[in-house]
Ligand binder design. Structure first.
Ligand SMILES: [Zn+2]
Length: 104
């Protein structure tokens, strides 16, 4: 039998041992797909330097602040939080989105 490993600090302690995985509720299928995978990159926001989403929500007059650790998508300097990227048709929940596209 293997003995419990010991970890010096929070950072080296595996996340799955810090979280109570039995209590996590997954809100449905959270996988997302990018319509134009060649143009977009998924990025995890690092640090606390202020960066903003390029879009505003309907009825709101401010740009969203991207939070440290937030996943967002970028194309060059264009950055979108996942909600705005979804609303702008950059992302999809549809695994087969490339099959369901309108043909012109
Ligand atoms: Zn946004």
């Amino acid at each position: 039998m293997q003995s419990e490993e010991s970890f010096d600090d929070e950072k080296t302690y595996p996340l799955n041992k810090r979280l109570d995985l039995d209590k996590i509720e997954v809100p449905g299928d959270v996988r997302l797909y990018v319509h134009e995978p060649d143009s977009w990159q998924a990025v995890v926001k690092q640090g606390y330097e202020k960066e903003y989403c390029y879009a505003k929500s309907p009825g709101e007059d401010h740009f969203h602040l991207l939070m440290a650790g937030e996943i967002y998508v970028r194309r060059g300097n264009e950055k979108y939080c996942l909600t705005c990227a979804y609303r702008h048709g950059i992302l999809s929940h549809d695994r087969l989105h490339w099959q369901h596209r309108k043909r012109s």
